[in-house]
Design a protein around this ligand. Sequence first.
Ligand code: SF4
Length: 147
Amino acid sequence: MILISACLAGLNVRYNSTNCIDDRLQKLVLEKKAITVCPELMGGFSTPREPAEIVGGNGDDVLDGKATVIERSGRDVTELYMKGAYATLQKALEVGATQVVLKENSPSCGSAAIYNGEFNGTKIVGEGVTTALLRRNNIVVLSEEDI
Ligand code: SF4
C-alpha cells in the first residue's frame, strides 16, 4: 500500500482550503492502490488554518526539541505537528505502507525542501516533521517531484 498526501490526491486540505492535485497520484487513490493522509488534519487542525513554518531548523530538529513550528501570527503549534506526525506513522505501520509520497515544501510533508521560517517565501534544504519521523522509522518518503 502507498500513502499519499491528501492534497496531492485533490482533497482541499491545505491551509488555504486548496489542493495541489497530481493526476497520477489521484489515479492511484481512485484505483484503491493508495490511501490519503493529511498529517495536519490528523494533528488536530482544520481547514482553513494559518500557514506555519519550522523555525530554527528542520523536521529532525523539531523531533529533537531543537526547533519549533510557528504560525504566521506567532502561535507555537509544535505539539500539533508532532501529533500529526505520530498519527501518520501509526497509519503507515497499520497499513504496511511500502512507499509514501508527500507534498514537497510543507512543514509536515516536505522531503527535500521547506520554507525558512521567516514567512518570506524562501525555501531551504530540509524536511518536514512527518517526513523526518517516517524516515527515522525506515519508511522511504518521496515527493511528487521525485516520481
Ligand atoms: Fe496535509 Fe501534508 Fe498536504 Fe499539508 S502538505 S495539506 S499536511 S497532506
